[in-house]
Design a protein around this ligand. Structure first.
Ligand code: NAD
Length: 434
């Protein structure tokens, strides 16, 4: 099939490459000329394992191309996906200006007799599909289209396998013609397809991300009880996670959730439910627990170091999770900001996130970045693990101990084995475990 994706970011670019990989012909549109130029040169603007090979292979096979022209994309495609940002506004509600703009742009280029399925892949509040359709029809009275909701569930860091082998594909549609076309798009993926109405599909995405955030906050709240009682949250999580009704995933205690999705989607769901007159109080508590988690962790650091001013602290990890270069809304960066504010001298290292952190000016002045994890520990009076990259677990800890001024580890993701760390001679502090 001929497909167009508007927005070539984490969702749009990876979806476009995966659609091409299964045999569709895909045009990825982006209005950021710099991004389009990079892609034309064969440079991938984001880091996602396996993405580069996928893009290069499908460009070479002429199944994938890039443009800044919505007209070119819409003209050549039966199905037009929207994958542009839906950032939060100050009050937590979703800023839909990118979506509205794309709707007007599609209306401006749709020609009479050109039936198109317009698919919303961005995460949007319930009832957005209705507004997208009304907007396109308002600006183009002859438009022939159906609007479908097809939320994306990929996880950054494993976006390619997630897209190639999804747990389920949700198609929210009120038109049989559009549903049939969407099923043809997804047929090669051989994944379970759930067809719903548009509103339900939109709601599924916010409900899913809020539930995952709730699981994280739940185990984080349990971790506080473990700390107060001397129990081990890892054992507790194993014990409850072995119950198939609960499952072990997303029961990892740590610094809390961050990134470009969970915080904004929980906030959005709270705002949506408030607006509908059915406030979702439980989700407000999910947010409170999440915010408290970093505060509790910092308290531990302060207790151990007494005064943070002038202390040399090494932070491992800047990205919001491992295997990505995405530093948007990362708890690691929040943590560094707190440390610097209190006068600490921070040295940091991340395998993939340093250039984006610098490019977007996310690090406070004075933070020193190094070329390796070991180098960052030189002279440090404490090491804080903020993101659980495998590279950090695989360090030679006798060298780390040698490099540090005082062997103190704060493991914000419970990555290390406390017993092993103590055998190396470190004083070890994890989250919710002795
Ligand atoms: P992103 O910022 O990485 O990419 C968005 C892209 O859209 C950018 O390249 C931007 O230049 C482009 N863009 C903006 N306006 C445009 C326009 N008018 N025309 C053409 N291109 C335009 O964002 P993302 O992380 O891919 O997220 C996109 C959507 O998908 C959001 O709603 C997000 O919530 C949702 N989502 C994200 C993830 C994730 O893990 N990142 C997962 C599932 C869903």
């Amino acid at each position: 099939m001929d497909l167009c994706i508007i927005g070539s970011g984490y969702v749009g670019l990876v979806s476009g490459a995966c659609f091409a990989e299964v045999g569709h012909t895909v045009i990825c549109v982006d209005n950021d000329q710099r991004k389009v130029d990079m892609l034309h040169r064969g440079e991938i603007p984001i880091y996602e394992p396996g993405l580069e090979e996928l893009v290069l292979r499908n460009v070479a096979a002429k199944r994938l191309r890039f443009t800044n022209s919505i007209e070119e994309g819409v003209d050549h495609s039966q199905v037009v996906f929207i994958a542009v940002p839906t950032p939060p506004q100050a009050d937590g509600s979703v800023d839909l200006t990118y979506i509205e703009r794309v709707a007007r742009e599609i209306a401006g280029v749709l020609k009479p007799g050109q039936y198109r399925v317009v698919v919303d892949k961005s995460t949007v509040p319930v009832k957005t599909g209705e507004k997208v359709e009304a907007t396109i029809r308002r600006y183009n009275r002859e438009a022939e289209l159906d609007v479908v909701s097809n939320p994306e569930f990929l996880r950054e860091g494993c976006a390619v396998p997630d897209l190639m082998h999804p747990d389920r594909i949700v198609i929210g549609s009120s038109s049989q013609r559009a549903t049939d076309l969407m099923k043809r798009v997804y047929e090669p993926f051989q994944a379970p397809i759930l067809v719903t109405d548009v509103n339900s599909a939109e709601l599924i995405k916010h409900a899913a991300n809020s539930f995952l955030s709730l699981k994280i906050s739940y185990i984080n709240a349990v971790s506080a009880i473990c700390e107060a009682s001397g129990a081990d949250v890892e054992m507790v999580a194993d014990g409850i996670g072995m119950d198939r009704r609960i499952g072990r995933n997303f029961l990892n205690a740590g610094l809390g959730y961050g990134g470009s999705c969970f915080p904004k989607d929980v906030k959005a769901f709270i705002a949506i439910s408030d607006e509908l007159g059915v406030p979702f109080h439980l989700l407000k508590e999910v947010e409170n627990i999440n915010a408290g988690q970093l505060e509790r962790f910092l308290k531990k650091v302060r207790e151990a170091l007494w005064v943070l001013r002038e202390k040399r602290i090494c932070v491992w990890g800047l990205t919001f999770k491992p295997d990505t270069d995405d530093v948007r809304n990362s708890v690691a960066i929040d943590l560094i900001q707190h440390l610097v504010k209190e006068g600490a001298h921070v040295t940091a290292y991340d395998p993939k996130g340093m250039s984006k952190a610098v490019e977007h000016h996310l690090l406070p002045a004075g933070v020193k970045l190094t070329h390796s994890a070991l180098e960052a520990t030189e002279g440090a009076e404490a090491l804080i693990l903020a993101t659980e990259w495998k590279e950090f677990a695989n360090q030679d800890f006798s060298k780390v101990k040698e490099a540090m001024h005082t062997p103190l580890i704060f493991d914000g993701r419970n990555l290390f084995n406390p017993k092993t760390m103590r055998e190396f001679g470190f004083t070890y502090h994890g989250v919710g475990r002795p």
